[in-house]
Ligand binder design. Structure first.
Ligand SMILES: [Fe+2]
Ligand SMILES: [Fe+2]
Length: 272
């Protein structure tokens, strides 16, 4: 019996005027790339996830999973909306990136048509499970990755990963309810990773052709090796048949972020 996690749909009014730098953090190539790749790609893959869930919605047997899946879709819809706002700012700066956005959108539309809905659910589950260790990594290293960045993009990326952490079980629960085949999910991981990696790479190249990524700053603080090892282990753990997205502690910063939002604070700026 699955207990539905209460997912909160938050509407946050981010604004990305033209004074936001194209690469938001001049001292971190890694954070700059994460933010821009996310804004270029997330609207497309989130739409793909939502489409897959909506298509199988009547097949979800558990009422709790159905309720959670609906909230998941609405939360992802909010992410898309804000990333599109950031994306539009990037495209205003460099209209050549319109072709990149179109390529990403077309790639997900084709994938949906060419593969089964079960494949789309497995793909979405692989990505969603990966977002939990990624959220821990980004939140855990937030000073190093975000302290020197534009606060508006910092707030966008961290909001997104707080909510990815919050809905960490939703897609996994839908997959298990509707498909329930662990081996099939495992077999799709290679293709999923290849598809995402190829799009991320072509997007990076297109963005770098517009404006080179910030140079590596030798004086900038470095992410500890242990944090990178933990991220890798966390990603591998999601492939295990025993993986439980609910296991482990909730990072305190994530709980604090939610409490501040509940208290009515403006989350378009965050304290690191
Ligand atoms: Fe999302
Ligand atoms: Fe998500």
């Amino acid at each position: 019996m699955i207990k539905a996690r209460m997912i909160k749909v938050r509407k946050i009014n981010f604004e990305f005027p033209d004074d936001v730098p194209f690469w938001f953090n001049p001292r971190s190539r890694e954070a700059s790339l994460v933010a821009n790749n996310l804004s270029m790609m997330a609207p497309a893959f989130e739409r793909y996830f939502i489409r897959a869930i909506r298509d199988v919605f009547p097949r979800i047997k558990s009422a709790a999973v159905r309720e959670e899946a609906d909230l998941f879709c609405r939360q992802e819809g909010q992410h898309s909306r804000s990333h599109i706002d950031h994306q539009e700012m990037l495209l205003r700066r460099y209209p050549a990136l319109e072709a990149t956005r179109d390529h990403i959108n077309a790639s997900y539309a084709t994938l949906y048509e060419q593969e089964s809905t079960e494949f789309a659910l497995a793909y979405a589950t692989t990505i969603e499970l990966a977002f939990k260790p990624m959220a821990k990594f980004l939140v855990g290293n937030r000073q190093i990755l975000f302290a020197d960045g534009d606060p508006r993009i910092t707030a966008l990326v961290l909001w997104h990963f707080v909510e990815e952490f919050e809905h960490r079980s939703a897609m996994f629960n839908v997959y298990n309810d509707v498909v329930g085949n662990y081996v099939y999910r495992l077999r799709t991981i290679g293709r999923t990773r290849k598809h995402v990696a190829a799009l991320a790479e072509s997007t990076r190249k297109a963005m770098e052709a517009c404006e080179p990524l910030p140079k590596v700053d030798p004086l900038a603080p470095q992410i500890p090796r242990l944090a990178r090892i933990q991220l890798t282990l966390g990603l591998f753990e999601t492939f295990s048949p025993l993986h439980n997205p609910e296991s482990g502690e909730i990072p305190r910063w994530i709980n604090d972020w939610m409490a501040k939002h509940d208290a009515g604070q403006d989350m378009t700026r965050v304290a690191l």
